[in-house]
Design a protein around this ligand. Structure first.
Ligand SMILES: Cc1ncc(COP(=O)(O)O)c(C=O)c1O
Length: 357
């Protein structure tokens, strides 16, 4: 599709960022010295991959060697799954949430891994992990990897640190646990548990990204923290010669702009209330609580076509879910406040002007 065809469309179906890049990130990009590209990122003298991995390590109180960098969270996910799910005579197994990012199963399929889904259930306005069921399935299946997403996409629910510990400590000691925290910083500002968790659980990998809270999906920068038991993954994935200098400088600038990003995240948090107060009172609608930069909305399925038409007229794209158990749901990325108001208005107009049944 050409740029002119996509121009003017407001994409609220990809969990991208509608706010501006932080002023510091823009400044660092503008002032970048191209000459910096003439040397490797690796800091040979100190034996570290890069300035960024050290910066992240210091920020999270994790040794630099336990920090992983990648081409977005997707790259780190693919790495860990390919590394630990691909070998052996027997087919290896991964547990993932029933409703979750399609990519998890797809990368397990790439190495002929067996994907087993564990359930989530609805409790009022929340989706929740069924923790006893996760433990039961893990005991029966003895998986090689258990993947937890917190917050989960598209259901928006998170696990508390105690729940993470409860799940991880119930698993066999050889099981690798991957926690995808791509969306976590929107609602969870605490980062102190990370160093403790990876020390307590050597087979744990926690993955984060610059794509969501830091609003830089086009930068393709992800990072993670791994326990000492995953050394094999170090050789498989970590960037011996560093990431790339420009991206790294922008990443550090983003980490130094936390206040700016927190202010935007706060606006998004407040705008979730627009969705709740605007739609929850309408019969057949339910806006789920979300810890991420999107909301999951249940709607009466009879309205699907009308909603699609009205969104199209306003050049807005939202994600109409099309998977078993979520066929009457849409996932809507939070935009700026005027956009969020516009979306709520469109849905209300369609709902209130349509006689159902
Ligand atoms: C649940 C989840 N994890 C990870 C990612 C990876 O994002 P990125 O590769 O841009 O870091 C996404 C992207 O949409 C996602 O939805």
């Amino acid at each position: 599709m050409s740029n002119s065809e996509t121009k003017g469309l407001i994409y609220l179906d990809r969990n991208e960022y509608s706010y501006e890049v932080s002023p510091l990130v823009a400044k660092v990009l503008k002032e970048f010295n191209p000459q910096d590209l003439c040397t490797y990122t690796r800091c040979f003298q100190h034996g570290i991959k890069s300035e960024l991995s050290q910066y992240i390590g210091d920020m999270y109180n994790v040794a630099e060697q336990n920090v992983v960098l990648g081409y977005g969270g997707e790259d780190i996910l693919k790495g860990i799954i390919h590394c630990f799910l691909s070998q052996g005579h027997q087919q290896r197994k991964i547990l993932i949430p029933t409703f979750s990012w399609w990519y998890y199963k797809s990368i397990a399929d790439e190495v002929n891994g067996k994907t087993i889904m564990y359930p989530l259930y609805e409790d009022g306005y929340d989706f929740k992990y069924n923790i006893p069921e996760i433990k039961k399935i893990a005991e029966a299946e003895n998986p090689d990897i258990v993947l937890l997403a917190s917050p989960n996409n598209p259901t928006g629910n998170s696990l508390s640190v105690d729940e993470m510990k409860d799940i991880i400590s119930s698993l066999g000691k050889d099981t690798i646990v991957v926690i995808d925290e791509a969306y976590t910083s929107f609602a969870n500002k605490d980062i102190t548990y990370i160093s403790k968790l990876i020390k307590e659980f050597p087979n744990l990998l926690i993955i984060r990204t610059f794509s969501k809270f830091y609003g830089l999906p086009g930068l393709r920068l992800g990072y993670g923290f791994m326990g000492d038991g995953l050394k094999k993954f170090t050789n498989f994935s970590t960037m011996y010669l560093g990431y790339n200098k420009l991206t790294e400088k922008l990443g550090i600038a983003a980490l130094q702009s936390t206040e700016y990003y927190n202010a935007n995240a706060e606006k998004m948090q407040q705008d979730k209330e627009l969705y709740k107060t605007g739609l929850n009172p309408i019969e057949g609608f339910k806006v789920y609580n979300s810890d991420a930069n999107f909301v999951l909305v249940k709607y009466p399925t009879e309205l699907k076509e009308k909603l699609q038409d009205e969104f199209k007229k306003d050049n807005i794209v939202v994600k109409f879910m099309n998977e078993e158990g979520l066929r009457t749901h849409m996932r809507i990325t939070l935009g700026t406040t005027p956009i969020n108001k516009q979306v709520v208005e469109i849905i209300r107009r369609v709902a209130l002007n349509t006689n159902l049944k």
